[in-house]
Design a protein around this ligand. Structure first.
Ligand code: 26Q
Length: 810
């Protein structure tokens, strides 16, 4: 197909004809996109089949990454890149007068995730395939991904994300591989051949239909699989005999209740909501995924003795934790194994990553609802709990408190994190500090019980999407400077440190940053009609809106700067552009109000002639993977200012760094490891440490009013929330005032304010020296190799999964 330009052109034109019945001159951009997508998918399919055959033949261990979220973004560009045909493709299309970038833009983002956790899963898939590792994804094919955000009158409004509207060229529906998932009903026990058997009766049946998406490795012929499950009415239940008996309405109701399972991604991030449909989603895809894994396993193996040597299942947070009891169920009830054997297999198959220490994010389901939705699964969890509590009793006889704390079922709830810890062989945090806090605080009792299970795997990002694809001019500069080895071995980026004093390299770095800032500025000009100064500091905070991430701290710095400028319009500051982006959970009042606050400020500041354009504020609507790819390359400053101890890792921090932005941040999550890598002279650290924060939580000693009363800047800013300074018809900003002062500022925004402003001032002085700034920038890029997800995945593969690379021949 890609032998030469002419065969490629012919194939493309033929696709236009066969897929759309159209010709080059008549085709719309969307038709061109789908034709090209189809063509590329065909090309991938050969490699995909070969990869599957090899895996089947080799009889080696394969890993499945179970996740309720895969935030993939667009695939055309990354597939072309990984196939090594991006440049060729661009050229050929150019000859046909087609702009590849424009065509790529026609694709919808696969936004099947909320934020960090979902994007991590996507980066991991890319790295697995690029390291030639047999690792696949398993999740839900949501009909609607994370909502589309519109800003109306400064407020966030949520619209459905109908990402499949024009079809999806990458997926292949596999109806013949559908499996049945059972909900509700009751369990009848029977003695058969002297054994107790469990018979599930009166259940509701749901058909799980898989859609497979190829995951292409970087120039290596490996194509792994992301299998996403869609819920459909099972023909067994939804048949027209009920229709003819007059149960038409019932049949339709049943259809919709089934389809609801894979209808939409829950938009709550770091906040557990007790919604039974969410539990249904979890069991649905876990059960379907396990059934299909076991069916494949049985094609090659007569018994389950070596199951755990052939299959690894990783659960992304507790969302897929029902894999533990479900695997037990299948092994015992369907495959006839005894408890002990099933337990040995299960606990050597499943590994678990924790992504949060925030108690409000920990999943726990009420026993009653759980039991009626999943009666057999509940019985199994109950048995796991009883056996575990007995073991704990043997060790801590009499210590009821401790055992109560550790129980999987207690106080009327099923505690999913406890189930995950007891039923898996590995538990990892996602950055050094996070893992330390898990060991020493949040999961202390469990760490004492199972110290050998706990380990750290610091997160990473794929440098292919976030540098090679997102920032091609920077990638070229790096290759021109240190050679191309960094593409395969991102640690080689360290060679750039040799050029951190090379004026000509720094000058080029500067030019590239300016070009990228210009590109983003044009986008902003077109969409919002705001004119930006590309010489200003592009100071960027893009991430989910959440109190602990402290967008408010950023806002208060802007307000302080603005107050200073109003006082003295001639104040000599480096001009700044403050850029925000991110979605708030639809029910999260303070987060949504923060968006309104940013937009209100933006309209005041951007229209205030007296400050002579020295500061601008922009809120970018609908932050998603594609927009992120445009933002990171254009950023000077990366805002990573979470309350220390709260951000498990962060991964945006790594994407900024890799694109040469300088971090201003707290000693939290992976910021600590970024600091270790780049050194204190290449990062701006502010605020309380996690120990200080944890001590305040433990022993008290902080009073938000004290700061309000002692820092005139803070008083002024908070008063501006209530004194009419901000247009605020409904007097809502008073709620920010109240939230901070009457809740005693739970995330220490006021406490860290002074330190943050000081640090911003230091940063500004550094920016004024272009040479010093770009030296820092070069050093950040040079040290970002450590945060490639290739390294992270290598560590998972060796340290947890024990999977080996397989070379796939052409
Ligand atoms: C749970 C129950 C019900 C509804 C929703 C949820 C839910 C959904 C998404 C809970 C949590 C999430 C997402 C969490 C998340 O993205 N955590 C982030 O994970 C990143 C990858 O490890 C880290 O870098 C971030 O620090 C962490 O916040």
């Amino acid at each position: 197909m890609f032998k030469n330009k002419e065969t490629f052109k012919e194939a493309f034109i033929e696709k236009l004809a066969t897929v759309h019945g159209t010709t080059l001159d008549l085709a719309t951009d969307m038709e061109k996109y789908t034709a090209l997508g189809n063509l590329i998918r065909d090309y991938i399919t050969q490699k995909w089949i070969e990869t599957n055959n090899q895996y089947m033949k080799n009889n080696q261990k394969e890993m499945y990454y179970f996740s309720l979220e895969f935030l993939l973004g667009k695939l055309l560009g990354s597939n072309l890149l990984n196939l090594g045909i991006a440049d060729a493709c661009k050229e050929v299309l150019q000859e046909l007068d087609i702009d590849l970038d424009m065509i790529e833009n026609m694709e919808s983002d696969a936004g099947l995730g909320n934020g960090g956790l979902g994007r991590l899963a996507a980066c991991f898939l890319d790295s697995l395939a690029s390291l030639q590792l047999p690792g696949h994804g398993c999740g839900i094919r949501y009909k609607y991904g994370l909502f589309e955000q519109k800003i109306v009158d400064g407020y966030q409004v949520e619209l459905p994300d109908n990402w499949l509207k024009f079809g999806n060229v990458w997926e292949i529906r596999k109806p013949d591989k559908a499996v049945e998932v059972k909900f509700g009903g009751n369990i009848r026990t029977e003695i058969s051949d002297g054994d107790m058997v469990f018979i599930h009766e009166n259940y509701d049946s749901v058909l799980a239909v898989p859609y497979d998406t190829p995951i292409v490795g970087y120039e290596n012929n490996t194509v792994n699989t992301l299998r996403l499950w869609s819920a459909e009415p099972s023909t067994k239940d939804f048949d027209f005999s009920s229709f003819s008996r007059g149960d038409y309405m019932k049949a339709v109701e049943y259809k919709y209740s089934v389809e609801a399972i894979s209808q939409v991604l829950y938009p709550d991030d770091s906040n557990f909501e007790n919604k039974i449909l969410r539990l249904k989603q979890q069991y649905f895809f876990v059960s379907a995924g396990l059934q299909s894994i076991i069916r494949r396993y049985k094609k090659k193996h007569k018994n389950f003795f070596s199951f755990a040597d052939r299959i690894g299942i990783h659960i992304n947070d507790t969302h897929p934790v029902l894999a533990i009891p479900e695997l037990m169920r299948i092994l015992m009830d369907e495959e006839g194994l005894g408890w002990d054997e099933a337990w040995r297999i299960t606990t050597s198959t499943i590994s678990y990553t924790n992504h949060t220490i925030m108690s409000e994010a920990l999943e726990k389901w009420p026993v009653d609802a759980f039991k009626s939705l999943l009666p057999r699964i509940f019985m199994i969890i109950n048995e796991i709990n009883e056996r575990f509590c007995k073991e704990a009793w043997n060790r801590y006889a009499g210590d009821w408190d401790r055992i109560h704390h550790m129980a999987i079922i207690a106080d009327g709830y099923v505690k999913m994190a406890h189930l995950a810890i007891v039923g898996s062989y590995s538990i990892n945090g996602v950055a050094k500090l996070h893992t330390k806090i898990l060991r020493k605080e949040v999961m202390k009792d469990f760490y004492e019980f199972f110290p050998y299970k706990f380990n750290n795997k610091t997160n990473g990002i794929t440098h292919r999407r976030w540098l090679l694809k997102a920032n091609p001019s920077l990638a070229s500069l790096i290759t021109d400077t240190i050679g191309p080895s960094w593409v395969q071995h991102p640690h080689d980026l360290i060679k750039l440190t040799r050029y951190a004093d090379d004026a000509s390299v720094l000058e080029k770095l500067y030019k590239i940053k300016m070009e990228n800032k210009q590109l983003l500025s044009s986008l902003i000009k077109n969409k919002y009609d705001i004119t930006l100064d590309t010489a200003s500091i592009f100071d960027v905070q893009v991430k989910r809106i959440h109190a602990y991430k402290r967008q408010l701290l950023n806002v208060f710095h802007i307000m302080d700067l603005y107050n200073r400028l109003r006082e003295n319009p001639d104040l000599d500051i480096a001009p700044r552009t403050f850029i925000f982006g991110g979605k708030a959970a639809p029910g999260y009042y303070i987060a949504k109000l923060s968006i309104k606050l940013i937009n209100t400020l933006a309209s005041i500041i951007n229209n205030d002639k007296t400050i002579k354009d020295k500061i601008k504020v922009v809120f970018l609507e609908n932050y998603n993977v594609s927009l992120a790819e445009k933002i990171f390359p254009a950023s000077d400053v990366s805002e990573q200012i979470s309350t220390a101890s709260k951000e498990a890792s962060g991964t945006g921090n790594m994407k900024f760094m890799m694109n040469g932005a300088i971090t201003i941040g707290t000693m939290d999550g992976a910021n600590i490891e970024i600091t270790e890598e780049v050194g204190n002279e290449n990062i701006f650290i502010l605020g309380l440490t996690s120990d200080e924060v944890l001590n305040f939580y433990r022993y008290g000693g902080y009073n938000a009013w004290d700061i309000y009363n002692s820092d005139a800047r803070v008083k002024m800013i908070l008063n501006q929330m209530i004194n009419g300074f901000l247009p605020d018809e409904k007097e809502q900003f008073r709620n920010i005032f109240n939230y901070l002062l009457y809740n005693n500022d739970e995330y220490f925004v006021l406490k860290d304010f002074a330190s943050y402003v000081d640090t911003q001032n230091r940063l500004e002085q550094k920016f004024k020296n272009k040479n010093k700034w770009y030296k820092m920038s070069a050093n950040n890029i040079a040290h970002s190799g450590k945060f490639s997800s290739d390294g992270t995945i290598h560590e998972y593969a060796v340290g947890i999964w024990k999977i080996d690379p397989t070379h796939i021949s052409e």
